[in-house]
Design a protein around this ligand. Structure first.
Ligand code: ATP
Ligand code: MG
Length: 183
């Protein structure tokens, strides 16, 4: 099974990101735009994983979430990865805050403890807007959008045999530790 761990977004944030996709389209950007229900921030891509390791992946996500408090992500400038023959991955960047760096480091440590390999590449937090994307005009910027991060989700990415596209199935939602509020 193909697994990854990500921050899922609330509905109003997805609305704002869909508006941003419209802005990208309006300056002539083309590509396979990410569907509303699949907008997310990937923290760690596990890739093809034997089902026997699923429990360990859930444990790593749960352990990392329980060590973190809710925080806000802030969007930054748009950017892209490898503009190859088909086009690029066009994304909206996220500011590298301490809370986000701590979450990523903590998750990497929890995954390692469960027997998974740490990421070897530098973490570049981004929200993918379109794949196989092409554009010629300058990309519009989005006013800093604040995105509440309340937990992390272990997703399975499964290829739909009918559409050929990947669908994300949440396998485990792990909420961050809430502050202890006492009256
Ligand atoms: P498609 O590959 O058909 O465009 P997708 O990218 O939405 O679909 P996956 O490839 O399963 O689906 O990716 C799931 C998530 O993991 C996405 O956020 C993707 O950007 C990320 N991801 C995929 N492959 C890697 C990789 N090799 N390294 C890091 N992140 C990856
Ligand atoms: Mg992919």
């Amino acid at each position: 099974m193909r697994l990854f761990i990500a921050v899922d977004f609330p509905e109003d944030v997805k609305n704002a990101l869909m508006d941003y996709q419209s802005q990208l389209r309006s300056v002539g950007a083309t590509g396979r735009f990410v569907r509303r229900d699949t907008l997310h921030l990937t923290l760690h891509f596990l890739g093809e994983t034997p089902p026997s390791q699923l429990a360990a992946a859930k444990k790593a996500a749960a352990d990392a979430a329980s060590a973190c408090k809710p925080f806000a992500l802030t969007t930054s400038a748009p950017g892209s990865f490898d503009k190859g023959r088909g086009g690029a991955v066009l994304w909206l960047g996220l500011e590298r805050s301490k809370a986000l760096t701590d979450l990523h480091n903590c998750l990497e440590g929890c995954l390692e403890k469960q027997g998974f390999a740490r990421d070897t590449k530098t973490f570049r937090p981004h929200i993918t807007m379109a794949r196989d994307a092409n554009w010629t005009s300058q990309l519009p910027r989005l006013d800093q959008l604040s995105i509440p991060a309340k937990g992390i989700t272990l997703f399975e990415s499964r290829r739909d045999t009918v559409t050929g596209r990947y669908r994300y199935i949440p396998l485990h939602v792990a909420s961050f530790a809430e502050d202890d509020i006492r009256g």
